[in-house]
Design a protein around this ligand. Structure first.
Ligand code: HEC
Length: 182
């Protein structure tokens, strides 16, 4: 058997590239490397990226709009029955739905935020004052804002969402909610 001939001072080209790659991939001590991994994961989870399935399956604007339609229905019948707690909760739910839009559809922030920051505080103010007339005014203003935005915004295959005209509801969506004040 041939004896292994060592050449300690000469690195083969392959070994040199291998070492160079290892050095460039080395991110410092393990704690630093872990920190970098955490940062990279945080960045991926913090910024919408539709190419990634986990982001792509998140509800966009339209499903949250349907939720808002439900909240605005409940809110109306709560307020009509003097059930101000119920009405207050529905404004809170609307705010939560909207926060989701800011995350998954940041391009909508410029149009949705001005509406949310004027329409919703006005509703809260009237609800907390248990002011039915004030509520109706704030409600009508809020839905005028829904419609104003729809007229000026496209969605999916549509250039304008004007076909979705929001009105005061005439029927509660849920027959299994008793709207009477408790
Ligand atoms: C600042 C803009 C804006 C405001 C305010 C707004 N919408 Fe929308 N709405 C949109 C856009 C944009 C779409 C289409 C979204 C999409 O394509 O994903 C939409 C879609 C909808 C839809 C159709 C959803 C579906 O899946 O069929 C309904 C219903 C709706 N909105 C209700 C409301 C209600 C109720 C309000 C007010 C309480 C409101 N919207 C306020 C922009 C707005």
């Amino acid at each position: 058997m041939k004896a292994f001939k060592s050449t300690p001072t000469v690195l083969s080209r392959g070994m040199f590239i291998g070492i160079a790659l290892l050095v460039s991939a080395w991110q410092g001590p393990p704690a630093v490397a872990q920190d970098n991994v955490d940062k990279a994961i945080d960045a991926k989870f913090s910024k919408y990226d539709g190419k990634l399935p986990l982001w792509a399956i998140q509800p966009g604007t339209a499903p949250r709009m349907i939720d808002m339609t439900i909240y605005f229905n409940n809110m109306w019948f709560g307020a009509q029955a003097g059930n101000w707690d119920l009405a207050r909760f529905e404004v809170y739910r609307t705010e939560e739905a909207i926060k989701g839009i800011y995350v998954v559809r940041p391009k909508r922030i410029d149009t949705v935020k001005p509406w949310a920051e004027s329409a919703l505080p006005a509703l809260i103010k009237a609800i907390e004052a248990k002011d039915k007339k004030g509520f109706e005014k704030a409600y009508d203003n809020a839905i005028a804002g829904c419609n104003g935005c729809h007229a000026g915004s496209g969605g999916g295959p549509l250039k304008s969402m004007a076909s979705f005209k929001i009105i005061r509801p005439t029927t509660p969506l849920f027959s299994n909610i008793d709207f009477k004040k408790r």
